[in-house]
Design a binder for this molecule. Structure first.
Ligand SMILES: Cc1ncc(COP(=O)(O)O)c(C=O)c1O
Length: 441
């Protein structure tokens, strides 16, 4: 069974030299929680410049959906690069963008025809949805959730309510956005116990928010992550999205699903919303869509995407090489990787739940498919957040050759590539358990 190989103290001498150079020339705004320098990678294995090899349970923040450098994705990129690198889909036509738009439009749940706008990132996909919602509805206001992360451009940032540091000193942001509580059943914002809430999050919007401060007929859209990502990998109760979309449609409000992190097969379905039986009006996609090439897509029902020529565009959005990578990615997802996400997700979830029986600090284990979060607590009863343990655990895993990332205040996310094997799941679980023991003693 392949395991991580750590040959040097971390960072090793070559990695350390690069990190020193980085500190001189690269923006200090990035958040590097441990000193990994990636030199090359394949599948789930990342090698640094000193020859250390790591098992990657982050997939470059849920991006390398088909694993690092999947040969079919690489081949599609190489073939397309020989054919056409760029022409700008804003001004001209080319095959990969059209072909990908057709594939993505068909992914949209429901029978209504859909259309696609292309950008380069998650923030751009959300930004496009934000603008389209205003354009189509001619309404000024919007609703998003506490804990939400929608990106860092000014519009997407205005919808974001994840960490104050992301917003500090950037005001005034786009006005007219109200944040409301997300249904986190482990820490119910309304003080209910699990699964006995009657979806008060939605009722509260209608009975309090819409009656006291936000006129619903002025709201363009509700932006929601089907599973909250950066906020802590939080899975809402099954009825939540169904009730939310009913509320939205009662008032002519668009339901915008931000599937940037949860989409592209990660949860075992192409879109996470499919688990909840909801047909959204607009979907934002990015991250896993092109296995690592920059691409964002905003898909909307064709009758909603009614803006006129010139109202929105992007020079690089829908770049032919990124579109070719996305087409190869979609093939791989449909040929079996989505099923693997489901199967391996179950294995990982069961392994973590077993661990929860012996490790008190694993307060909550939740997720769908390969989007799994583990919340660390000091005490099971009080659910006191173990922020320092989480941070130590992520660093301890790195030292042992397992790449993990945090999310929320005190959670760890598991978002490996959808190509993960049963053996790789087991290796990851056993390193994780060693780290849990280390930080908890
Ligand atoms: C749900 C969600 N939306 C939007 C974004 C922003 O994506 P990007 O960093 O590609 O702009 C992210 C990134 O983490 C995300 O998780």
């Amino acid at each position: 069974m392949r395991a991580p190989v750590i040959r040097t103290p971390l960072p090793g001498p070559r990695a350390a030299a690069l990190i020193e150079l980085d500190s001189r020339y690269v923006s200090p705004s990035y958040t590097r929680v441990y000193p990994l320098v990636a030199q090359r990678a394949e599948g789930l294995w990342v090698t640094d410049p000193d020859g250390n090899t790591f098992l990657d349970f982050t997939a470059g923040i849920a991006v390398c959906s088909t694993g690092h450098c999947h040969p079919r994705v690489v081949q599609a990129i190489v073939d397309q690069a020989h054919e056409l690198l760029h022409m700008s889909g804003t001004d001209f036509y080319y095959t990969p963008q059209i072909a990908l738009a057709e594939r993505l439009a068909r992914l949209m749940p429901g029978d209504a025809p859909a259309k696609v706008f292309f950008g380069n990132s998650g923030a751009e996909a959300v930004e496009a949805a934000f603008k389209l919602a205003r354009w189509h509805t001619r309404r000024d206001l919007n609703i998003a959730f506490f804990g939400a992360f929608h990106g860092r451009t000014m519009g997407a940032l205005s919808l974001t309510a994840s960490k104050t540091i992301q917003k500090r000193y950037y005001s005034p942001l786009v006005p007219g956005i109200t944040h409301v509580p997300y249904p986190n059943c482990y820490r119910c914002p309304f003080g209910h116990c699990e699964k006995k809430c009657g979806i008060e999050c939605v009722d509260w919007m209608e009975n309090v928010l819409f009656r006291t401060s936000v006129p619903p007929e002025e709201v363009a859209a509700i932006f929601v992550e089907p599973i909250q990502g950066e906020g802590g990998y939080i899975v809402p109760p099954p009825e939540f999205h169904r009730e939310l979309i009913k509320l939205a449609h009662r008032y002519g409000i668009l339901f915008v699903a931000d599937e940037v992190q949860s989409g592209m097969g990660r949860t075992g379905r192409m879109l996470a919303l499919e688990h909840f039986g909801v047909v959204p009006d607009v979907v934002a996609l990015a991250k896993g869509i092109a296995s690592g090439m920059p691409l964002g897509a905003m898909i909307a029902r064709a009758d909603i995407m009614d803006w006129e020529a010139g109202s929105h565009a992007s020079t690089f959005g829908g770049n032919p090489v990124s579109c070719a990578a996305a087409l190869a990615t979609l093939d791989l997802l449909e040929e079996g990787l989505m099923q693997n996400a489901s199967d391996r997700g179950r294995q990982l979830m069961e392994g973590l739940q077993r661990m929860q029986l012996t490790h008190e600090c694993l307060g909550d284990v939740r997720g769908l498919g390969l989007m799994i979060g583990v919340e660390l607590v000091k005490d099971r009863e009080t659910r006191e957040r173990a922020v320092d343990w989480r941070n130590r655990l992520v660093r301890a895993a790195f030292k042992r050759g397992l790449l993990l990332l945090g999310c929320g205040e005190n959670s760890i996310r598991f978002c490996p590539a959808l190509t993960i094997s049963p053996q790789e799941v087991e290796v990851g679980l056993s390193i994780f358990e060693e780290c849990v023991r280390e930080v908890n003693h």
